[in-house]
Design a protein around this ligand. Structure first.
Ligand code: SF4
Length: 194
């Protein structure tokens, strides 16, 4: 007698559960699609970001919620967190950064390979937050260049996701040559980074 099977059976078409990435601009014909190299690289990069969470206090808890099943950052291709800077391309700094911690943030940034991006999550990482004191760094952009700032104390998971989506926009539109540009080199030089 056949067992009643209620699992592994899907009534709906699989496509409904999968959100496909938008194709880059290009030319399409029967059996071919042509686009720009930088658009294809951008498409791959933006949908496979590997974040490195650098969490020091309460904003880190919001990030935990962002990774958990309800908000599920995996939907954006970013479920693979890394704690080795060499394998990550997005540094997410979340929490109060003491001045003593500044060189550590910078060292982690330096250990990441190009291309790399940075999000300052929350008021503390962005500007020191309420801690206008002698011991707290008044924003991580004093030690590393920041691409996106997420406001809030703490920012809700939706705001963190919005920050990741802003980074995705940046990555998708970024030229693969940007890292060799004089503008970018000057930016790094201003932080004493070669
Ligand atoms: S911004 Fe607010 S919630 Fe986030 S680390 Fe600072 S004090 Fe905590």
């Amino acid at each position: 007698m056949a067992r009643p099977v209620s699992y592994n059976v899907t009534q709906k078409p699989l496509e409904r559960d999968i959100s496909l990435a938008n194709m880059p601009d290009g030319y399409q014909g029967q059996g071919f699609f042509a686009s720009k190299m930088s658009d294809v690289v951008g498409l791959a990069r933006k949908n496979s970001i590997w974040p490195l969470p650098f969490a020091t206090s309460c904003c880190g808890i919001e990030f935990m919620a962002t990774m958990a099943s309800h908000y599920d950052l995996a939907r954006f291709g970013s479920e693979r967190l890394g704690f080795s800077p060499r394998q990550c391309d997005l540094l997410m700094v979340m929490g109060t950064i003491a001045k003593k911690m500044g060189p550590v943030v910078k060292q982690v940034y330096l250990q990441m390979a190009e291309p790399r991006w940075v999000i300052a999550v929350g008021a503390c990482a962005s500007s020191g937050g309420i801690f206008d004191t002698y011991s707290v760094l008044q924003g991580i952009d004093q030690v590393v260049p920041v691409d996106v700032y997420v406001p809030g104390c703490p920012p809700r998971p939706e705001a963190i996701i919005d920050g990741v989506m802003r980074i995705q926009d940046l990555i998708g539109k970024e030229s693969i040559r940007r890292r060799n540009s004089d503008h970018y080199k000057n930016l790094l030089n201003s932080y004493g980074i070669q």
